[in-house]
Design a protein around this ligand. Structure first.
Ligand SMILES: *[C@@H]1O[C@H](CO)[C@@H](O)[C@H](O)[C@H]1NC(C)=O
Ligand SMILES: *[C@@H]1O[C@H](CO)[C@@H](O)[C@H](O)[C@H]1NC(C)=O
Length: 281
């Protein structure tokens, strides 16, 4: 899938995978995570762990098949068949009957583990690879402010950028959202019952993240100020640094100064140079 962006004034949408599918263009991410068979170790370990084994046994008993005929991947397919039908069509598939609420929570965790290690806090490169997109958003905001301050019309009053959950999760992680104190692992399902990182809540179908720039005139002083509000899935997302529902734009930029100034995807995504000297000896 190609992902595109469009500005109000400039006609047809333009595909910009480098911006919106940054993960496909990040060598370090591709090598260390995407194509790395052991990067999702916790996902694989959880599949064979006690919580999943318990579901396997229960489902095998319900379906009256030997438990050896089932595995975690088949269970996940059955669960997706149930949840996709329910979420998209509002239809309750017969596959839903083989699971109870506790099973659903375990299967939700299995999916969160994958998102955590592949798109979220599991590896730093997952989120760092999105800093070009992060900076792009601020460049649009900067430009609008500059035009406002010069009393010019804002050339792009709305910028729409379209991607997938795989684009949003790294960006939200980069900004520090939904970060738990402890990592999600194959072995702390119970401790993570009340985790913040719930991908089904963060990036449901048609998820969206909005940055709204306000031009405010302070009643007491003649000073004009710019404020930013963020909305995730049409609900106000308190700012990570203050928990407030809006922030002075300059305060937000100050909070993210390092990301805005020092994060270069070209550097972040560069693979560590392998020094072959010792091999040649
Ligand atoms: C694959 O991931 C594991 C676990 O994070 C890591 O130790 C290893 O260095 C990675 N391999 C590559 C080629 O990056
Ligand atoms: C590679 O390692 C050798 C020996 O440690 C060192 O002298 C050389 O500068 C290194 N080369 C690079 C490109 O880092």
């Amino acid at each position: 899938v190609h992902l595109f962006q469009t500005h109000m004034e400039c006609g047809p949408p333009r595909i910009n995978d480098k911006l919106m599918r940054f993960f496909d263009h990040c060598e370090k991410f591709l090598t260390e995570v995407e194509k790395n068979a052991t990067a999702l170790y916790h996902v694989e370990a959880f599949k064979t762990g006690p919580e999943m084994q318990n579901i396997l046994k229960k489902v095998a008993a319900t379906l009256q098949v030997p438990v050896n005929n089932l595995n975690a991947d088949l269970i996940q397919v059955a669960f997706f068949t149930c949840s996709f039908d329910l979420a998209i069509k509002g239809v309750k598939s017969p596959w839903c009957d083989v699971f109870d609420i506790d099973d659903a929570k375990v299967l939700e965790y299995l999916n969160d583990l994958k998102q955590y290690w592949k798109r979220g806090y599991g590896y730093t490169i997952n989120s760092r690879s999105s800093c070009t997109l992060f900076q792009d958003i601020f460049q649009h905001l900067d430009k609008a402010i500059e035009q406002k301050q010069r009393s010019q019309p804002v050339s792009s009053p709305v910028v729409l950028q379209f991607g997938h959950a795989e684009t949003l999760l790294p960006l939200l992680s980069l900004m520090g959202y939904f970060k738990d104190k402890e990592p999600l692992t194959a072995y702390n399902y119970k401790e993570q019952m009340h985790r913040k990182f719930r991908s089904g809540h963060i990036v449901p179908y048609a998820s969206n993240l909005m940055f709204v720039l306000y031009h405010c005139k302070n009643a007491k002083t003649p000073k004009e100020e710019f404020r930013v509000q963020m909305l995730l899935n049409e609900k106000v997302l308190p700012l990570a640094h203050s928990q407030e529902t809006a922030s002075l734009y300059e305060d937000l930029k100050e909070h993210y100064r390092d990301l805005l100034q020092s994060c270069r995807a070209s550097d972040e995504c560069e693979l560590p140079k392998v020094n072959n000297t010792s091999d040649e000896l």
